[in-house]
Design a protein around this ligand. Structure first.
Ligand code: ZN
Length: 211
């Protein structure tokens, strides 16, 4: 099955999936996956060179492995994950950090800080036959050629299976759903004009300039 970017339907994001990132933001380690959503209209493809800034607020990069769902249905214990995930890429879960702090302090929803236009740059989708191909993936983020993040999928708190199971408690998966699986430590500010590059050995680099 081939999925085109026009087929992307929804973006599920996992929050606090790496211990050292939860710690750097003074967040507790969650007992079950923290899930939030962004509309697919937030996506910025790897062919788009500039990430347009929509609002004049402090914007943080978060580099993440992105899974691509290839079948319809609820994922349960008895399912084979390799029949559910058909591809992956790397993506940025851009976040208005100050706005997020203000909202969380008041116990309000996150959308303004996470789900704004152009908040989800994504690389080219790489098809896979088995999730074993990416369970040990390592990825990195460079801002103006300076290394800022290094992630190892094997360090995730919640496995691919645990994430899919949690999502499936509330939503039926559909082909074209994207799952941003959380960021490792090292998040930081993107200034206007900064270049940001995310890469892994298996995907190659994806690069954007911050508008
Ligand atoms: Zn994130």
């Amino acid at each position: 099955m081939v999925i085109k970017s026009t087929d992307f339907k929804r973006i599920f994001c996992v929050g606090r999936n790496y211990i050292n990132h939860a710690k750097e933001l003074n967040n507790q380690i969650p007992k079950s996956p923290v899930i939030f959503m962004k509309p697919a209209t937030c996506l910025v493809s790897s062919e788009t060179k500039t990430i347009q800034r929509i609002v004049n607020e402090e914007i943080h990069y978060e580099t993440e492995l992105v899974l691509v769902v290839g079948r319809e249905g609820y994922y349960t214990e008895s399912d084979n994950i390799d029949n559910t995930i058909m591809g992956y890429s790397l993506g940025l879960d851009l976040t208005l950090r100050q706005v997020q702090r203000q909202l969380t302090e008041k116990g309000l929803p996150w959308e303004k800080s996470k789900s704004f236009d152009h908040s989800s740059p994504i690389g080219k989708i790489i098809p896979i036959n088995s999730c074993d191909e990416i369970r040990k993936l390592e990825f990195a983020c460079y801002v103006n050629n300076e290394k800022r993040q290094h992630g190892q999928v094997s360090n995730m708190i919640f496995s691919f299976e645990a994430i899919l199971k949690e999502i499936s408690r509330y939503w039926k998966l559909i082909p074209g759903d994207l799952i941003y699986t959380g960021t490792p430590e090292g998040v930081g500010i993107l200034h206007p004009g900064d270049s940001i590059r995310i890469e892994s050995q298996q995907t190659g680099p994806f690069e954007w300039k911050m508008g």
